[in-house]
Design a binder for this molecule. Structure first.
Ligand code: ASP
Length: 310
C-alpha cells in the first residue's frame, strides 16, 4: 500500500492510513538500526539533496543519517554558503541542483509554503523539513511514534502542547497528527502566544493555566519560545515566563500522576524546562531524537517508492 501523497509537505495532507504506514515502516527500520551493521541498500540509486535555508542541528543530521543508512547519495546545501547570497531565486537555485539529476529534495525554509510553492515547479519529490510557522511534519511523526512506543497507542491519549503555539510549526503539525489518530489535545501558554481562534479552528482545548493542563494530560510536549519569529515583546521577561510556564521538578512532583515530558529541541534550559525535568526519567527527549532517524528513513523510503511508481 503506497502513501496517498507524492510529497510530504504537511501532516494536514496525510490520511490516518498514511500515518500508520509510516509508523509500521519505521518499526522495521528501528530493527535495522539495532543491528551491528545499520545500513540497507534500499535507496542505492537515489540522490537526495538537503536544502537548508534556515538553521538546524537535529533535523539536518537526522535526515542525513537516515539517507546514509538507506545508502542514498547525499548532497548538502546551506543557504548561507551559497549563491542565494548573490541574489539567486529559489527556483533557479533548485533547478540548477536538479539539473544534476537529484531525485528527492529535503527542504527547510523560513517562509511558510516555500516547499509547497516549489512542488508546483519541479519534478523531484519534496519533503518539508520545516517551513516558517506552518508545519514540521517529520517532527510530529516522530513525536507521535515516540508516544505510541511509550504508551502503546496514540488514540485516546491526552496531550498538552505547552508554550509558544503561535510561532511553532511543531505545534501545528502535532495538532494535525494527534487529532488524526484520535488523541485529545490541549494547548497551554500565555494568551499572547496562543492564536485567538485556536479552539474553533483546530478542535483543541485551550487553557492559560499550566498546572491545570499538566493535571489533565498523559504527555506534555514542551516548546521553545520562537524568539526569532517574534517582532514585538509578547511577554515581559524569560524569567517571568519560566515562573508561569516553565516546567519545574516541584510542579511535576505536585501532580497526581506521572506524566511524560517531550521537547522537539533545541531546549532553552531554565526557560521552558528546568534541567532536573529535561534530564529526568519522565523525559523521553533523547528517545524522540533516536526515533527521528527511523521515522525519516520510513518517509524517504515511502516517498522514493511513490516517485518510482509515477
Ligand atoms: N527544531 C524545531 C523546529 O525547527 C523546534 C524549534 O526550533 O524550537 O521547529
Amino acid at each position: 500500500m503506497p502513501l496517498s501523497v507524492k510529497h510530504l509537505l504537511g501532516i494536514k495532507d496525510l490520511t490516518l492510513q498514511d500515518i500508520e504506514l509510516i509508523f509500521q515502516t519505521a518499526d522495521n527500520f528501528k530493527e535495522v538500526l539495532k543491528r551491528p551493521i545499520k545500513k540497507v541498500p534500499t535507496l542505492r540509486d537515489t540522490t537526495i539533496v538537503n536544502l537548508f535555508f534556515e538553521n538546524s542541528t537535529r533535523t539536518r543530521i537526522s535526515f542525513e543519517l537516515a539517507e546514509k543508512r538507506l545508502s542514498a547519495d547525499v548532497i548538502n546545501f546551506t543557504a548561507s554558503a551559497s549563491s542565494v547570497k548573490k541574489g539567486e531565486t529559489l527556483i533557479d537555485t533548485v533547478n540548477n541542483i536538479l539539473a544534476m539529476k537529484v531525485d528527492l529534495v529535503i527542504m527547510r525554509h523560513s517562509a511558510c509554503g516555500a516547499p509547497h510553492f516549489l512542488s508546483k515547479h519541479i519534478q523531484a519529490a519534496i519533503v518539508n523539513a520545516g517551513d516558517g510557522i506552518n508545519e514540521h511534519p517529520t517532527q510530529a511523526l516522530l513525536d507521535s511514534f515516540s508516544i505510541r512506543e511509550k504508551l502503546g497507542d496514540v488514540k485516546g491519549k491526552k496531550v498538552a502542547i505547552v508554550g509558544d503555539i503561535t510561532h511553532s510549526r511543531v505545534a501545528m503539525s502535532n495538532i494535525y497528527c494527534l487529532k488524526k489518530q484520535g488523541a485529545e489535545v490541549t494547548v497551554v501558554g500565555p494568551p499572547t502566544l496562543i492564536p485567538k481562534y485556536m479552539a474553533e479552528a483546530m478542535g483543541v482545548n485551550v487553557t492559560y493555566n499550566l498546572r491545570e493542563a499538566l493535571e489533565w494530560c498523559d504527555v506534555a510536549n514542551v516548546l521553545r519560545i520562537q524568539l526569532e519569529r517574534q517582532n514585538m515583546p509578547l511577554f515581559s521577561s524569560l524569567r517571568e515566563y519560566n515562573l508561569f510556564y516553565g516546567i519545574s521538578r516541584e510542579l511535576l512532583d505536585g501532580l497526581h500522576k506521572e506524566i511524560i515530558i517531550m521537547h522537539p529541541g533545541p531546549i532553552n534550559r531554565g526557560v521552558e524546562l528546568n534541567s532536573d525535568v529535561a534530564d529526568s526519567k519522565q523525559s523521553i527527549i533523547l528517545q524522540q531524537v533516536e526515533n527521528g532517524v527511523a521515522i525519516r528513513m520510513a518517509v524517504l523510503y515511502l516517498i522514493a517508492g511513490k516517485k518510482a511508481e509515477n
